[in-house]
Design a protein around this ligand. Structure first.
Ligand SMILES: [Fe+2]
Ligand SMILES: [Fe+2]
Length: 208
């Protein structure tokens, strides 16, 4: 079975857990997400990981497409746009602002307790990929000294603590910049420029 499928079944993007963690993240950032269309976004936004070989590699930002198009068919373009822009890498490559779902999704990672995250990602095999990507040399400068120590030199729990700390600072730094889903924005049209950009996104324990 492909890594992406395992992640959706019992890993970092488990269908029975991740949507609720995103809802919790949303609640922490703003208020309780009462709109049922938001919950449809929470449930489908990562559907595109299905049958993917890797989680964070080149082209992984394309995992947003399937979920966003499912959401478009149920809730319309505004919510599809919310889903398209949940990936930081997608936003970087298309030159678009982060959506609210993007920040709630990263908060979901911050809020996940180690005793859930580590066993689940160990079981799927995702953990190795997330750890090695976050330890790539070019990422060093993005971390504070304390985060760097935890991420590079600690065991799995220290690594998670360091990456969650980094992600929380990232969320706090970008909280004021989010743009909610836009009905008139054609997320598919801007994809024409996706492959031209080579900027590298920071790894984030599976929430790219
Ligand atoms: Fe995602
Ligand atoms: Fe997600």
């Amino acid at each position: 079975m492909k890594l992406g499928t395992k992640s959706l079944l019992w890993g970092a993007h488990a269908f029975f857990l991740h949507p609720f963690q995103v809802g919790w993240g949303w609640r922490q950032l703003w208020n309780f997400p009462w709109d049922v269309r938001l919950w449809i976004c929470f449930f489908f936004h990562d559907a595109g990981y299905i049958k993917r070989d890797q989680m964070d590699g080149d082209g992984s930002e394309e995992h947003v497409i399937l979920g966003a198009e499912i959401v478009r068919s149920i809730c319309g373009p505004e919510y599809a746009d919310e889903c398209y822009r949940h990936s930081r890498e997608w936003c970087r490559q298309t030159g678009q602002p982060y959506s609210r779902l993007c920040l709630a999704d990263k908060m979901a990672f911050v809020l996940t307790p180690w005793w859930l995250y580590l066993p689940m990602t160990r079981l799927t095999g995702e953990l190795d990929e997330y750890m090695s990507r976050s330890r790539e040399d070019h990422r060093r400068s993005g971390y504070t000294e304390e985060q760097r120590e935890l991420i590079f030199n600690g065991g799995q729990r220290a690594w998670l603590q360091g990456l969650q700390s980094y992600t929380l600072s990232w969320v706090e730094a970008h909280r004021g910049e989010v743009v909610p889903g836009r009905a008139n924005e054609s997320a598919v049209a801007v994809r024409a420029g996706v492959m031209e950009c080579t900027e590298v996104a920071n790894s984030n324990g599976g929430e790219r």
